[in-house]
Write a protein that binds this ligand. Structure first.
Ligand code: NAD
Ligand code: TYD
Length: 344
């Protein structure tokens, strides 16, 4: 099966590609990524020469480029490419609308034109907005996004529905909770706190730190995406979660204990405007239909993530300094592997 992954140089995408190359020998993967600040090809350096993998740099909102790539013939598209950081969307929402909304529409149109038989659209639990205490949202909950990021993801979901409804496009939508694990860019809570703590810098906790997120290890989610690719029903939405919500303070205290660093590093800072208090999903539909279950406990997954960041201190440092960005230049541009040449 020829599979196009968009956003494969990011956190979830690179973990997913590793998993597919390791465990799904029937899949041939093309990674379409614009390489924004969040795209890091070093994440895939160990598989860059695999005969089942290739990379093409393109903007998912560039209709000509996407059309050209899709003309190569794909059996399936896994759409992960997005602007993903809520704080950035508060500073400048424009790239979120361009990539998340327009980019999704461009991709849907290309999938339609080229008759791709399957697409998995990667949405987020944030489209439902903040969950009331003790309640969890199932797939029928209203869309009530609160940040420009989540609003752009909700808009993308609505576009997907319109293509499913009007053109019968075979798209499965996944809405997942917060992921953590290897290769997560150190702007998101867990890798940022690990990186700061390793350098004995303050850990900035927004507001009272009692906001709750239902963390899932990225390897568990990557398996969920693979399950959806193989057996998800077209036109269906599936929530995906591990069912273990934790407050930010609980997470940070656990990290500090794992790192052997003092709680005095915790520094309360001004809250994020419009900060969602709690995300919680009912994911029984996905678990029952697809037979999927999270394998990793939060404690084990968090300990492994701390170890991974320790063992990959150079990777973390290159993310922090921006040095990771010259990898693409050296390994792709200097070797003539650009969009113009990718089809050989
Ligand atoms: P990420 O920010 O780590 O990576 C995003 C990737 O998309 C990067 O490689 C970036 O270069 C690429 N990209 C951005 N704009 C692009 C464009 N215009 N064209 C092509 N590529 C572009 O994100 P992530 O955390 O891996 O998230 C992947 C997907 O999963 C996103 O759709 C996100 O909304 C969704 N999601 C993430 C989480 C999470 O906790 N990380 C939770 C639920 C859903
Ligand atoms: P984040 O990783 O940005 O994911 P999201 O906003 O998509 O859930 O943040 C996770 C939680 O951690 C969220 O409640 C905001 C909080 N947070 C902090 O308290 N301090 C920080 O420096 C960051 C980045 C996040």
């Amino acid at each position: 099966m020829k599979v196009l992954v968009t956003g494969g140089a990011g956190f979830i995408g690179s973990n997913l590609i590793h998993l597919m190359l390791a465990e799904a020998p029937d899949l041939e993967i093309t990674n379409l990524d614009k390489l924004t600040y969040a795209g890091n090809l070093e994440n895939l350096a160990d598989v860059a020469d695999s005969s089942r993998y290739r990379f093409v740099q393109a903007d998912v909102a560039d209709a000509n480029a996407v059309d050209r790539i899709l003309a190569d013939g794909f059996d399936a598209v896994l759409h992960l490419a997005a602007e993903t950081h809520v704080d950035r969307s508060l500073e400048d929402a424009a790239p979120f609308l361009r990539t998340n909304v327009l980019g999704t529409q461009v991709l849907l149109e290309a999938v339609r034109r080229h008759g791709v038989k399957r697409m998995v659209h990667i949405s987020t639990d944030e489209v439902y907005g903040s969950a009331p205490p003790d309640a969890s949202f199932d797939e029928s909950a209203a869309l009530l996004p609160s940040s420009p990021y989540s609003a752009s993801k909700a808009a993308a979901d609505l576009l997907v529905f319109s293509y499913v409804h009007t053109f019968g496009l075979p798209v499965v939508i996944l809405r997942c909770t917060n992921n953590y694990g290897p290769y997560q860019f150190p702007e998101k809570l867990i890798p940022l706190m690990i990186a700061n703590a390793l350098e004995d810098r303050p850990l900035p906790v927004y507001g009272d730190g009692l906001q709750a997120r239902d963390w899932i290890h990225v390897e568990d989610y990557s398996r969920a995406i693979l399950a959806a690719l193989r057996a998800g029903r077209a036109g269906e939405i599936y929530n995906v979660s591990a069912g273990r919500p934790r407050t930010n303070l609980e997470v940070i205290r656990t990290l500090l204990a794992l790192l052997g660093k003092p709680e005095s590093l915790i520094t309360f800072v001004q809250d994020r405007p419009g900060h969602d208090r709690r995300y919680a999903l009912d994911s029984s539909k996905f678990r029952d239909e697809l037979g999927w279950a999270a394998r990793r406990s939060f404690e084990e997954g968090l300990a492994a993530t701390v170890e991974w960041n320790r063992a990959n201190a150079a990777w973390l440092e290159r993310c922090r300094s921006g040095a990771y960005r010259d990898y693409y230049q050296r390994h792709y541009v200097d070797r003539g592997k650009t969009l113009a040449s990718w089809q050989g």
